[in-house]
Structure formats: C-alpha cells, structure tokens
Design a protein around this ligand. Structure first.
Ligand SMILES: [Zn+2]
Length: 152
C-alpha cells in the first residue's frame, strides 16, 4: 500500500491517498509506504503491516529521524526502511537491511547535507551509501514530531 498519490497503482501496488477511507478488510497489508506524516496517520488508523514499512524522504527535506523510525517500528512491529526521493519521486537512494546509510541508485548525484561512504556495507551491496552529515534544527524538528501543547 502506497499512501502518496504520485505513484501509479499496479497489480501489487495499492495507492491510498486517504487512509480514513479504507474498510476494515483493507487495513491489513504486507507493506506500507509514505511520508512520516502519512505513516503516522496509518498508525493512528490502525493499519496492520506484516512485512515492512517504507518511509519516503525527499531531497531538500528532512531525513528520517531516529525517534520517528522508533515510533513507526514499534507501532507497526516490522522493520522500517527509508527511501530518499527526488521532488519528482525518482528514487535516489534506499536503505538496506543493515540500516547503515542509504545506497545510492545509479545516476544519483551528490546532494547537500550528505557525504558518500564508499566503504563496504554490512549487507554486501557494493553500491556507495549516503551518510547524513548535517543535523537539522533539533528543536524545530522535535516540535514538528511532538507538538508542544499550548500553555493553559
Ligand atoms: Zn547495505
């Protein structure tokens, strides 16, 4: 199940722009993919996932934060993988089972805020990996993820 509307549906890909429209029978899937916010909505909706969660992050946007990954992994009970996309939904890099950086796809160029690690990944995939260098503004990111309640 893909929660982003820019993706084309297929025999195996079910595109769901609004999880609130799903019937209970549609709430159990092998895998779910979307932005952190879309996946948080899927978690609140009670979507059950048996194999994996894919988080879309976008160039010039925030990367997946550890607390976001932990929340999604704990809530869905399956591994969480990040996929780094261009603004036109082209896959630039993707996370492997080793969760140690994002493997670059062929043709993906250097991006601001990342360094390229040419070292061997524990998963055995020879493609170089992006390792995030620059940390986003921690306070702003924390507030985005955990809204601060207004003072009473
Ligand atoms: Zn790897």
């Amino acid at each position: 199940m893909v929660l982003a509307t820019a993706f084309a549906p297929s025999r195996v890909v079910h595109v769901v722009p609004d999880v609130s429209q799903l019937s209970p029978a549609e709430c159990t899937v092998d895998a779910v993919a979307g932005t952190v916010e879309q996946l948080r909505q899927a978690a609140v909706r009670g979507i059950t996932v048996s194999r994996g969660v894919v988080v879309f992050t976008y160039e010039d946007g925030a990367c997946l934060r550890d607390e976001e990954r932990d929340y999604l992994w704990e809530r869905f009970g399956v591994p969480v993988f990040e996929q780094y996309l261009s603004r036109t939904n082209e896959l630039l890099a993707s996370e492997c089972d080793a969760h140690d950086g994002l493997h670059l796809t062929a043709g993906a160029g250097a991006r601001a805020g990342f360094t390229i690690d040419e070292g061997r990944c524990p998963c055995g995939d020879p493609r170089p990996r992006y390792i995030q260098l620059s940390e986003p503004d921690e306070a702003a990111e924390a507030e985005r993820w955990y809204p601060v309640p207004a003072a009473l």
